[in-house]
Design a protein around this ligand. Structure first.
Ligand SMILES: [Fe+2]
Ligand SMILES: [Fe+2]
Length: 171
């Protein structure tokens, strides 16, 4: 099966997006660790690994169809944040951008009647629903538990538990 030029470009662009997300979450993990948010740090180390597996899925898909995946140089991620809440907001925004890109690829697949890629992308469509919900749930915690030191400490504990939750391991 041959991928169209358009679809090849979209998939390669997605490799870049997933690689950037992986790097960005690694930078977030580093900031969290050094700031003293251990739970959040673990959470983002896991997230970073997940994004790398997303990138690999697409790399393997492209290569399996005879198109050498383009391994991209990525822009340096933001390395410092004003607060944990701003960091989570940034993560949610980046997931929303990824969702848009995935939906855009689905539309290309539909237009081109590329059923293989359409089915391949289904996993990513579902994954993005989970990803956005994850970060929306964390953001809710700031309203529910508060933004003072005790509240943030509770959020950090919540993230520690989420980082080791079996559901995350499968994502
Ligand atoms: Fe991803
Ligand atoms: Fe993600």
């Amino acid at each position: 099966m041959k991928l169209s030029t358009n679809m090849k470009k979209a998939l390669n662009d997605q490799v870049t997006l997933e690689a950037s997300a992986s790097n960005s979450y690694l930078a977030m993990a580093s900031w969290c660790q050094v700031t003293g948010y251990r739970g959040a740090a673990n959470y983002f180390y896991v997230q970073s690994d997940e994004e790398r597996t997303h990138m690999l899925k697409i790399v393997h898909y492209l290569n399996s169809l005879g198109t050498i995946a383009t391994i991209p140089a990525t822009r340096a991620p933001i390395s410092s944040y004003k607060s944990l809440e701003v960091l989570i907001q940034t993560a949610l925004k980046s997931e929303q951008a990824v969702t848009k890109a995935i939906h855009n690829m689905v539309e290309i697949a539909q237009k081109e009647k590329d059923h293989s890629t359409y089915v391949f992308l289904e996993w990513f469509v579902n994954e993005q629903v989970q990803e956005e919900t994850k970060f929306e749930t964390i953001l809710q915690k700031f309203d529910l538990l508060g933004r003072d030191k005790l509240g943030i400490n509770e959020i950090d504990k919540f993230l520690a538990a989420e980082a080791t939750a079996p559901a995350d391991a499968a994502a």
